[in-house]
Each structure stands twice: as C-alpha cells, then as structure tokens.
Design a protein around this ligand. Structure first.
Ligand SMILES: O=C(O)CCC(=O)C(=O)O
Ligand SMILES: [Fe+2]
Length: 279
C-alpha cells in the first residue's frame, strides 16, 4: 500500500483523493488552501502554552470536555492499558481558551471547517450510488452548525527515559468522528495500518494535509469507507529530546444526525466515549 500526496489543484484531485480514502482510509493533500504560516504560528504559540504552568488554569471541564487534559488523565486507547505519552487541549468556539490564543485558533477552526465541508462534498460526489443512498442527508450538511466539531492541540513532550516500556505517544486507535483533518505535524511519527497489517509512515512533508475517515463515516457509508487504525510512535536517537505538536480537527455531525439504522451521532459518540473511559 502506498500513500501519495494528491495535488488539491490537479484536474483529477477529487477522484484520486476519494480513491485513496476508499483504499486506505487516508488521503494526503498538497497545494491546499490552509495557510502554512497560520499552522506554524499555532504550533509556536501552543508550544509556549504547554511549556508554561498557566496551562493548569485551564484544566478541562468534565461535563463539556473543553480545556487542557494533562498527561495524568491522557487517553488509554481501546484495548490498551498504558496511557499515551501526550497532553492536549480541546478547543471549541464556545469553550474555554486563553484569550491571547483564541483569535488565531478560531480563525483556523473556521478555515479548516470550510475545507472539510468541501472535501465531504468530494466524498459524497464520488460515492457509488448504493453507498450515497445510505446517507440520511448530504455529508457536508451533517456538520453544518455543529457545535461538536473539536479542534485538538496535541503536545507530545520529549521522552524522559522513564516511560513505561510499552507506552507510546499515541497507541493504535481509530477516530470516532466523520473525518479528521490534520496538518503534517512538526515531527514525524504518524503511521497507518495497511490492509496487510504492516505499519506505513504517513508522508509528513511540512505543508501536507492529512485527512482520514473516522468511525462515523464508516458507519454512515455501510463500511464502504474504512476507519483505519493509526498511531504515533516514539522518536528515537537525537529526536527523543524533541517535542511534537499536532493539530487534528475532528469533524462531528450535529448530535441528532442519523448515521445508520443503529445510530445517531449522539448515541455513537456516547458508546465510544464510554469505551475510552473519559465519561
Ligand atoms: O498526532 C498525530 O499526528 C495524530 C493524532 C491522532 O491520531 C489523534 O489525536 O486522534
Ligand atoms: Fe487519531
């Protein structure tokens, strides 16, 4: 299996991108409309945030899940026992955020949402008829005015050497939401599981945008689009001293959106969060 970047501006971009999503659960875009300068600015400002003690004034609200999640409460992926080696911040436009950092993150949130809407349109237009007839409404409409879409700023700290032997930055998992949009992080490490079970490095050239299918789109498409397992491995050699920052946007439908005969977005999310042990 190969993951190759698709040129967003190429005449066959839509077909090539959706084909990659169907085959691998992942699509990588280059020449896309998200400004690299904006992404770099966010990485810099949030590195400073994670390096400061001020982060502890923004600890997440249990009921609404917005704010800072320290490493001590970090996720344990489904089927694992060790916590991931990461801390992160959950940003929602309605949620808590240091005021100095809010405008930049809110601008990114809106721009990335616009692109997601367009890409969901591509996916819809290139779904075979027997798949698109399963969609209860246009895919791009499912996320319209949703207050559930989550921007996560992730900080993987440098390794200290005292980590538990089998703990990694992000253990193998699938995303819960419809699709995820992720600018290439400032360090490598993201891998996706191929159909043959082998791990493949996701091309992380700076400026690439990575898009992957989540469980909700897998459910809504009757498993035509796969929600593929991925993980973030630990750095080695001199890279162990480096932090890694990444910025996934998890596109969530409005809670009432019907995904399938079994599930609305709300019931699906609830089931998965319970499995993760965060609610
Ligand atoms: O940090 C990354 O590159 C990926 C993070 C991820 O997969 C997640 O938070 O769901
Ligand atoms: Fe993920």
């Amino acid at each position: 299996m190969q993951l190759e970047a698709v040129d967003y501006q190429a005449p066959n971009a839509q077909e090539a991108f959706v084909e990659s999503l169907r085959e691998t659960g992942f699509g990588v875009l280059k020449n896309h409309p998200i400004s690299q300068a904006m992404v770099t600015g966010i990485y810099q400002n949030w590195q400073t945030f994670f390096d400061s003690e001020d982060k502890n004034n923004y600890v997440y609200n249990k009921g609404t899940q917005d704010g800072f999640f320290p490493q001590s409460v970090s996720e344990v992926a489904k089927g694992f026992t060790k916590k991931d080696i990461k801390e992160y911040y959950h940003f929602y436009p309605w949620g808590q955020c240091p005021e100095a950092l809010r405008p930049q993150l809110a601008e990114y949130y809106d721009k990335a949402n616009d692109l997601a809407r367009e890409l969901l349109g591509w996916i819809e237009d290139h779904s075979p008829e027997d798949v698109s007839k399963l969609y209860s409404q246009p895919l791009s409409n499912m996320i319209k005015d949703s207050d559930q879409t989550l921007l996560r700023v992730l900080h993987y700290p440098p390794l200290q050497g005292d980590e538990e032997p089998d703990a990694i930055r992000a253990a193998a998992h699938e995303d819960i939401n419809l699709i995820t949009i992720l600018p290439a992080a400032n360090e490598p490490g993201l891998q996706v599981k191929g159909k043959d079970g082998n791990w493949i490095d996701v091309p992380c050239d700076f400026g690439n945008l990575i898009v992957n299918i989540g469980d909700m789109l897998q459910e809504a498409s009757g498993h035509y689009f796969p929600s593929t397992t991925h993980r973030v491995i630990n750095p080695a050699g001199t890279d162990v001293t480096k932090s890694r920052i990444s910025l996934p946007l998890f596109l969530h439908p409005r809670p009432d959106v019907v995904l399938s005969e079994r599930h609305t977005a709300k019931s699906y999310l609830h089931e998965r969060l319970k499995e993760l042990g965060v609610i």
